[in-house]
Write a protein that binds this ligand. Structure first.
Ligand code: PLP
Length: 407
């Protein structure tokens, strides 16, 4: 059984007050909170073992190197990759996508090739592809979504031609909460010879992921959305592809031998890890994955689903509520507008009641444009949220509506 009160006790920040009110943190899609043991693990390494990885012969350096590589193995196991060589540490989802856009682009993209993304992508899964297209004379194509937040499958079918070399798709939309059928997308893309990058920034913390079962070519996520530290993320790539891709940045552990005539590069995964990595962050991420694994991702998912269904029902009851995205398969995110009230006003007035939600374009301007709005309010749930907090959100929203004279 998932014991939410026990889990909450692991997160000191959840006991904080803001403006003298109990904090209700519903901005987990932007960043989640960290449990005590993640922070303590990092503090332990800073206080007792800090030393640069892969370079020293001494005790401290070896200790950090071992812990860094243990974390890599933890990530591998967490997403069920075939080999540690397929796990590259980056600064986060954004950097992972930029790495692929550059390096895969260098190796495989020719003028006239197409990259296919969806209309509901986060900017991080749009802009690096636009930059690649500009660099290589390739063409960015966009799969639209339907008003209910589901991908337009028919349009996908039309757009997916043999010209497409890569499909970039969010597993879970950070605005609409749509859980995209990535398994089906990958199968269809592979049938025309396209590779697929799955943006799992909003999925990794909610859905058990098996990259081999999915057969995705790349999968990316950030540590800070799965209760780990900021500044660290993961790029999973199939070894056979990563082998063919050139390094992205030069220096540090990515080299094998440096000569002015010609430098040779290190093996995977180090080929893509230039410079001193955030090894303490990596160690913290490993601890976060252990924490989540100890709780059980399936148990977490079941609890979150039940909470999400409750939250959706309660929020929908509020008069004047408009929810964006009502896909049949949805996870953890409820984006909405309350009557004609500006999203910032709603956000600020909720904040004054101790309730933290996100407002604005949510790093997804094309999604805003789809609905013809300048912004939305987003409540995004994590495993430590409770029904009581949802009730507080709904009461808070009703107060906001009252203040604006809504009936
Ligand atoms: N992709 C999605 C779907 C996201 O939700 C986010 C962050 O909110 C990102 C990419 C970018 O993540 P990061 O800022 O950690 O690189």
């Amino acid at each position: 059984m998932f014991d939410v009160e026990k889990v909450r006790a692991d997160f000191p920040i959840l006991g904080e007050k803001v403006y003298g009110k109990r904090l209700v943190y519903l901005d987990n899609g932007a960043t989640a909170q960290r449990p005590r043991r993640v922070v303590e693990k990092m503090v332990e390494y800073y206080y007792r073992y800090n030393s640069n990885v892969h370079r020293g012969v001494h005790f401290l350096s070896n200790r950090c190197t071992d812990a860094n590589e243990e974390a890599r193995e933890l990530v591998r196991g967490f997403i069920h990759a075939a080999s540690d060589k397929e796990i590259i540490f980056t600064r986060g989802t954004t950097e992972s996508i930029n790495l692929v856009a550059y390096s895969f682009g260098e190796a495989f993209i020719q003028p006239g090739d197409e990259i296919l993304v969806t209309e509901m992508e986060h900017h991080a899964n749009i802009v690096p592809w636009q930059m690649l297209c500009e660099r290589k004379g390739a063409v960015l194509k966009v799969v639209p979504f339907l008003d209910n937040g589901e991908l337009d499958w028919e349009a996908f079918g039309h757009l997916l031609t043999e010209k497409v070399k890569l499909v970039g798709v969010a597993y879970v939309s950070n605005v609409l909460g749509t859980v995209n059928p990535v398994g089906k997308i990958i199968e269809r893309a592979h049938a025309v010879g396209a590779k697929v990058l799955v943006d799992a920034a909003q999925a990794i913390q909610h859905i058990p992921i098996d990259v081999q079962a999915l057969d995705c070519d790349f999968l990316v996520f950030s540590g800070h959305k799965i209760y780990g530290p900021t500044g660290v993320g993961v790029l999973y790539g199939k070894e056979c592809l990563l082998e063919q891709m050139p390094p992205w940045q030069g220096g540090g552990e990515m080299i094998k031998e440096v000569r002015f005539e010609k430098t040779t590069y290190n093996e995977l995964p180090f080929k893509f890890e230039a410079g001193t990595p955030d090894f303490i962050g990596v160690i913290g991420l490993g601890e976060a994955l252990k924490y989540v694994t100890d709780l059980g991702l399936r148990e977490i998912a079941a609890y979150e689903h039940e909470l999400f269904v409750y939250a959706t029902e309660r929020v929908k009851e509020i008069p004047g509520m408009r929810i964006f995205g009502e896909a049949a398969s949805k996870s953890s995110v409820i984006s909405f507008a309350l009557g004609d009230i500006h999203h910032s006003d709603t956000g600020i007035l909720l904040d004054k009641q101790g309730i933290a939600v996100r407002t604005g374009q949510l790093c997804a301007e094309p999604t805003m444009q789809h609905y013809g709005v300048t912004g939305m309010v987003r409540a995004s749930l994590a495993m430590y949220n409770t029904r009581e907090e949802i009730d507080i959100l709904c009461e808070g929203l009703k107060k906001v509506a009252n203040m604006f004279g809504m009936k």
